[in-house]
Write a protein that binds this ligand. Sequence first.
Ligand SMILES: [Fe+2]
Ligand SMILES: [Fe+2]
Length: 128
Amino acid sequence: MSWSKEYEIGVPEIDSQHMKIVDYINELYIAFMNKTHVEKLSQIIDGLKNYSQQHFTYEEMLFQQYSYALTKEHKKEHDLFIEKINEFSDSYKRNPNTLTFQVLYFLQKWLIDHIAQSDKKYVAQLFK
Ligand SMILES: [Fe+2]
Ligand SMILES: [Fe+2]
């Protein structure tokens, strides 16, 4: 998955955080393709989860600061993503075969859709 200009939302700090999440997903993809051993790959999943959580917290702090009307709905999406990563991570640790292309595709698609829809929406309301 490569970063594309169309994913940019026009706020440099947020764009760079999104790029970093893409980097984690790519790192995970490469590790998956190379059949990297379970501990190392689990570390990458944890890294993705922690960094995503950090980014979500940053966005939610902005929502609070600007009293964003769709805070609740937006936060719900963030929470669901973290929940999903936890699920994938738990089942991977139990059985590495559960990490599949579909899982990687889900992560990638979720991120792109979330940026294109929900994140663009708050930027349009709070920063323009
Ligand atoms: Fe978001
Ligand atoms: Fe975001």
